[in-house]
Ligand binder design. Structure first.
Ligand code: ATP
Length: 100
């Protein structure tokens, strides 16, 4: 994660905090989701679902990192609350369909 600069917090979920961020040397902003490592299986499922998806309503997955206590997921920054909600809902629906 030393290659990234973290800016303000964008929001927090049940097990995570999401920051606006940027890779050093790159002008594009991303969203960086920091989750406790105990949630590794949920995060792994999220990555499996989204890493090959290319859909206008789903935030693109870029990469992920592991530090001693946390997992860091780098994804497309959604510019409005509405965009994020649509994206997150779409992933939840996919997850539900694949796990029933
Ligand atoms: N890609 C993104 N772009 C912009 N804002 C985001 C992005 N991802 C998350 N956020 C912001 O961070 C907040 C928390 O996101 P998170 O995905 O952790 O929420 P959650 O799905 O409700 O929580 P959890 O997955 O822990 O149950 C969101 O409500 C949103 O405001």
């Amino acid at each position: 994660m030393e290659n990234f600069i973290l800016y303000e917090e964008l929001g927090a979920g049940h097990n995570s905090v999401v920051y606006k961020g940027r890779r050093k040397g790159n002008l594009n902003y991303v969203a960086i989701k920091c989750t406790d490592k105990t949630k590794k299986s949920e995060i792994t499922n999220h990555v499996r679902l989204t890493q090959d998806l290319d859909h206008p309503n789903i935030a693109n997955f870029y990469e992920w990192y592991e530090t001693s206590n946390h997992l860091w997921l780098v994804v497309e920054l959604c510019t409005g609350q509405k965009d994020y909600k649509v994206s997150n809902h779409a992933v939840s629906v996919c997850y539900h369909l694949l796990t029933v």
